[in-house]
Design a protein around this ligand. Structure first.
Ligand code: FMN
Length: 181
């Protein structure tokens, strides 16, 4: 698949088939995250694959919102991938402080993009979930108290006939300029 096609077909999937994800595909997704670039090559993440169904359902429920019907689809996904934010190399920590930059946040965003794009190439759907009860997810997955979770990513086969939506995006004129802000 051409990269331009891949970025067009990747979309957030919020309806999944009751079908497991093959271990070989999960291995390819792990490799896609492993190869992601990061500031000073710190690779400041851990990837937790949650595919044990009882545990996975509990993590999925920790992504619900009490206020709105957010993420109610999450339990349908047969796999949840959790990306933690780990301490980067000392040089990156110093650079980040000197320059007031959160390099690990940028890094895990790129790692998540690798995961989702690789999934799309493999015929799988994903949805990045930034809304979750962090303390509850940490407890369920035995993540140390001081470690932050960057993202939870729902993964699975999109429901049959799940439509490819038209992308709603800003106009080019509203998001790009040449040579000056
Ligand atoms: C950092 C981040 C957090 C997100 N959190 C959620 C979420 O909690 N629930 C959800 O349904 N979608 C979530 N999304 C998906 C976005 O809503 C989606 O990417 C955006 O609307 C563009 O649609 P598309 O992914 O289908 O192209 C999140 C996306 C990102 C990048």
């Amino acid at each position: 698949m051409e990269f331009s096609e891949l970025i067009t077909i990747r979309q957030s999937v919020r309806k999944y088939q009751d079908r497991p994800v093959e271990n070989e595909k999960i291995a390819q997704l792990i490799e896609a995250v492993r190869l992601a670039p990061s500031a000073s090559n710190s690779q400041p993440w851990k990837l937790i694959i949650v595919n044990e169904s009882g545990l996975k359902d509990k993590v999925a429920r920790a992504t619900f919102s009490k206020l709105v019907s957010f993420n109610k689809f999450a339990p349908q996904a047969p796999v949840l991938a959790v990306l933690t934010i780990e301490k980067p190399k000392v040089i990156t920590q110093i650079g980040g402080r000197l320059k007031d930059r959160e390099f690990p946040l940028i890094d895990i965003g790129i790692a998540a993009a690798h995961f989702c794009l690789q999934a799309a190439e493999l015929g799988l759907g994903t949805c990045m979930l930034g809304w979750f009860d962090e303390a509850a997810v940490k407890k369920l997955l035995h993540i140390p108290e001081k470690t932050r979770i960057g993202l939870v990513i729902a993964l699975g086969y999109a429901a049959a006939g799940y439509p490819l939506r038209k992308k709603i995006r800003k106009d080019v004129k509203d998001m790009v300029s040449f040579n000056s802000y």
